[in-house]
Each structure stands twice: as structure tokens, then as C-alpha cells.
Design a protein around this ligand. Structure first.
Ligand SMILES: *[C@@H]1O[C@H](CO)[C@@H](O)[C@H](O)[C@H]1NC(C)=O
Ligand SMILES: *[C@@H]1O[C@H](CO)[C@@H](O)[C@H](O)[C@H]1NC(C)=O
Length: 245
């Protein structure tokens, strides 16, 4: 019985192994990640070199499959249509080679959704940024995030409480952007800061312990305007009362 199950498991995993030996992680669900990849490949001129016709076809199929009844796309595959999801999905389909009237009317329905909801100018900041990268939206239409806030005196309450918000504590190169911390990856050189508590980022992929601590405190006992409708502490108290009654 156990042998049979193990054999089935091995057989299953061998079918989803990539040709070079690794197992790719499926990151389906969000509708705003693939557009970034396709836009980047397009503006750098390597879309067709990196993606095979089959890849492009499957990407289009994925996006078409997650179009909502109303013609738009959501932030994620189960979300109601938003300008962000719809414009990015529409643009991605077009960059992947779909024509203005392809998809058996799906492209047209997407366009109609966009035009009847205020047009692409109503997209959120992140979407504006991608459209500007693509050259389809003026950079001047992006709302800047004032970096000066990091320069305010450390004592002011609006300051997030970290002396360094741009550069990571550990890694190498400007911003410590190469994740070599610990020297166990392909790049061996790294620098470690003196005091990680002063940094928002520990390395390129992780916040510092102090930042996680702040998140944890907010999740556990944050006020309603930050953590709502309940924080975890209130939720546990509710559950306790419920069990005792
Ligand atoms: C590290 O920085 C934090 C935050 O600024 C400070 O409270 C702490 O005293 C510092 N620790 C050391 C060893 O300097
Ligand atoms: C949230 O509410 C608390 C009091 O309930 C207040 O002190 C705090 O400034 C508010 N925070 C924000 C981000 O509005």
C-alpha cells in the first residue's frame, strides 16, 4: 500500500519536473505579476527570444480563462473587475500578439469595460508605473511618493522609525541589492551592517526583525483603523467566550 502510494507520488512529481531538472513553483492567482514580466520583456526587446509561441499561447489562455463575465479582470483570479486588473490583462494580451478583435470578442469586451469605467487613466499607481514603462502613459501622470519623508528628523512620529529605508542591512552592491548575505550563494561577497534594528530591510527579500515585530504587534493588538474588523487578540477572546458559553 505504502509502496504503491510512494510510486504514484514519484510518478506525479516526475511529470511536473522542468527539463533542466528543477521543479518550478506555481504562482497562479494574482493577475498583476505576469503583466510586469511581459511588459519588461517587451520594452527590452526580448519577448520573442524568451517566450516560445507555446508559452505565449498558454499565457493568453490563462488570461482569457480568468476574464470576468462583465468583460473585465480582477486583481486576482476570483476578484471583481478592477481598472488595474483589466488594463494590465488587456495590455498583456495585446503584447503577446492578440489583435484588437481576437479572443472571439473577449478583447473587445475588455476594451469596452475599460472605456466605460473611466479609461486607463483611472488605473492605480502601480498600473500607471507599468504603463509608463511601456511608453503608453506619461511619467508626469504618476503620483510621486515623496522620498523626503525618510529625511525628516528621526524623532517625528510620522517617521517609520527606521534610520535606513532604502539600503538593506546585508548583501552586496548599491542598496545591498544582491542577495549574497552569508556568502552561501553564487556571489560570496557580502557586507553586514552594524545594527539591523536601524534597517527596514534585512536583505533584498526580507524585512528586519524589528519591522516584522511591528507587523506582528499590529496583527495581534493593532487598533481598528490598522487591523480590522478584529485583531487576533480580540478574535481569540471572542472564540474563548464562544467556547465557554
Ligand atoms: C540599534 O538600533 C536601535 C534602534 O535605533 C537602538 O535602539 C539600539 O540601541 C541599537 N543597538 C546598538 C547595539 O547600538
Ligand atoms: C488609529 O487610531 C488610534 C486611536 O484609536 C490613533 O491613535 C492612531 O493615530 C490612528 N492611526 C491612523 C493611521 O489613523
Amino acid at each position: 500500500m505504502v509502496t504503491k502510494t510512494l510510486r504514484r507520488a514519484i510518478s506525479f512529481y516526475s511529470t511536473i519536473q522542468a527539463h533542466d531538472g528543477h521543479w518550478p513553483g506555481d504562482y497562479g492567482g494574482p493577475m498583476f505579476l505576469l503583466p510586469g514580466l511581459v511588459i519588461t520583456l517587451s520594452v527590452t526587446g526580448v519577448l520573442n527570444a524568451v517566450l516560445s509561441e507555446e508559452h505565449k499561447k498558454e499565457m493568453c489562455r490563462y488570461i482569457y480563462n480568468h476574464q470576468n463575465q462583465d468583460g473585465g479582470w480582477g486583481l486576482h483570479i476570483e476578484g471583481p473587475s478592477t481598472m488595474f486588473g483589466t488594463v494590465l490583462s488587456y495590455v498583456t494580451l495585446r503584447l503577446l500578439g492578440e489583435g484588437a478583435n481576437d479572443g472571439q470578442g473577449a478583447i473587445e469586451r475588455g476594451r469596452t469595460w475599460i472605456l466605460s469605467h473611466g479609461s486607463a487613466t483611472a488605473i492605480t499607481s502601480w498600473g500607471k508605473m507599468w504603463l509608463s514603462v511601456l511608453g503608453a502613459f506619461e511619467w508626469s501622470g504618476n503620483n510621486p511618493l515623496p522620498p523626503e519623508i525618510w529625511l525628516l528628523p528621526y524623532l517625528l512620529p510620522v517617521h517609520p522609525g527606521f534610520k535606513e529605508g532604502n539600503i538593506a542591512c546585508c548583501g552586496i552592491c548599491p542598496y545591498k541589492g544582491i542577495n549574497s548575505c552569508g556568502g552561501k550563494r553564487s556571489v560570496k561577497q557580502y557586507k553586514l551592517c552594524e545594527n539591523a534594528s536601524e534597517y527596514l530591510f534585512f536583505d533584498t527579500g526580507h524585512l528586519s526583525e524589528k519591522a516584522y515585530q511591528q507587523f506582528a504587534e499590529q496583527m495581534w493588538s493593532g487598533t481598528l483603523n490598522v487591523t480590522g474588523p478584529y485583531n487576533l487578540k480580540e478574535l481569540f477572546e471572542l472564540l474563548c467566550n464562544y467556547v465557554i458559553v
